[in-house]
Design a binder for this molecule. Structure first.
Ligand SMILES: CC(C)(COP(=O)(O)OP(=O)(O)OC[C@H]1O[C@@H](n2cnc3c(N)ncnc32)[C@H](O)[C@@H]1OP(=O)(O)O)[C@@H](O)C(=O)NCCC(=O)NCCSC(=O)C[C@H](O)C(=O)O
Ligand code: MG
Length: 302
């Protein structure tokens, strides 16, 4: 398993281009129609869910269905992940074994609350023969997880992505879901700090009202502005706005190109600082411009 971070860690501007994870769509593992439909949806990644969207009586059947879907190769370039039931539940160990056999791109682990949980999941996957390509994504959705977020993010090189679970988090905090998410901002920021310090990808939580397009746009824009790499979704109609908001737009691409060109010209003349559109540009802005262009290229390649 590669130990290289997927994202540029501080002081490492040369890390490889990010894989787009603008949109990451959950689908209930027991829902055959959704599993079928996902083959043609414009999502960067899929989470085939065995946890909260599957009733206890349907867990075993959903596990078989999801494992077969993940192993089928039917989802093209979409990243395919399996969300197992949480550690400590009666289904967790069987889910991990089935996921190890299926070999998805990642196993999504809900309710991770310590680095030890991550290490135990990685050990169980390796003991079950999971291929090297199968990463671990950890969900941060409890107060304990947020207070230990950096240690969780750094617990294993197999852990590549942090995923916010904002429904469980709000429940645990006794918080309300309100416009602007003030009650959750401290947690979202802590998770972002942990992800960036560890050089990991981080995804925002879901927006529950599948009919509220304006609310969804506002929350997604907030996530992008905070620094999230993408958002987890629950309905196909959330895909288009999410993909649009998390991709650099034409103006951003054009400005990034001008920043790089202006800075290169300045350095060829022995200067380390220049202005573009009246704003100071230093090497750190050039690094950011290169990140934006690398992401735009990766998105265009989809
Ligand atoms: C939210 C839903 C239950 C809504 O279902 P429904 O009203 O049936 O949707 P539509 O009739 O509008 O569906 C239209 C078509 O789209 C397909 N569809 C719907 N959702 C999905 C999906 N997620 N993936 C793929 N395809 C989907 C329908 O099959 C229809 O297709 P067609 O027959 O061609 O017309 C439903 O959207 C849903 O179940 N969403 C996912 C719910 C889920 O997975 N929840 C668990 C994860 S969220 C979570 O746990 C967060 C976290 O842990 C936290 O704590 O925050
Ligand atoms: Mg949850």
């Amino acid at each position: 398993m590669s130990t290289a971070p997927e994202h540029t860690a501080p002081g490492n501007p040369t890390a490889s281009a990010p894989r787009p994870r603008r949109s990451v769509l959950y689908m209930p593992g027991a829902n055959e129609r959704a599993l079928e439909k996902a083959r043609s949806l414009p999502t960067d990644a899929l989470i085939l869910d065995l946890e909260d969207s599957v009733a206890p009586d349907a867990k075993a059947e959903a596990r078989e269905r999801v494992a077969a879907a993940a192993a089928s190769g039917a989802y093209g370039r979409r990243e395919v992940t399996i969300r197992v039931n949480a550690p400590g539940t009666p289904w967790h160990a069987d889910d991990l074994r089935a996921a190890a056999d299926a070999g998805p791109d990642a196993v999504v682990v809900p309710k991770v609350d310590s680095p030890r949980t991550v290490r135990e999941v990685v050990a169980a996957l390796e003991a079950a023969g999971a291929p090297e390509r199968t990463a671990v994504w950890a969900m941060l959705e409890t107060p304990a997880a947020l207070l230990d977020a950096r240690a969780i993010a750094e617990a294993s090189p197999r852990l590549t992505v942090l995923v916010m679970g904002t429904n469980d988090l709000a429940k645990e905090l006794h918080a309300e879901h309100v416009l602007g998410r003030a009650p959750l901002l401290a947690s979202l920021s802590l998770a972002l700090l942990a992800a960036r310090a560890a050089g990991k990808v981080i995804l925002d939580g879901v927006y529950n009202d599948v009919h509220d397009a304006d609310g969804f746009e506002a929350e997604t824009l907030q996530a992008r502005r905070m620094g999230f790499d993408g958002k987890t979704l629950i309905h196909p109609r959330q895909l288009e706005p999410c993909n649009r908001i998390f991709a650099p737009d034409a103006a951003e691409i054009e400005r990034s190109e001008r920043i790089i060109a202006a800075f290169e010209e300045a350095t060829s003349q022995g200067r380390g600082v220049v202005t573009v559109d009246g704003r100071m540009i230093e090497n750190l802005h050039v690094e950011e411009a290169r990140r934006v262009l690398a992401l735009a290229e990766a998105v265009a390649d989809r």
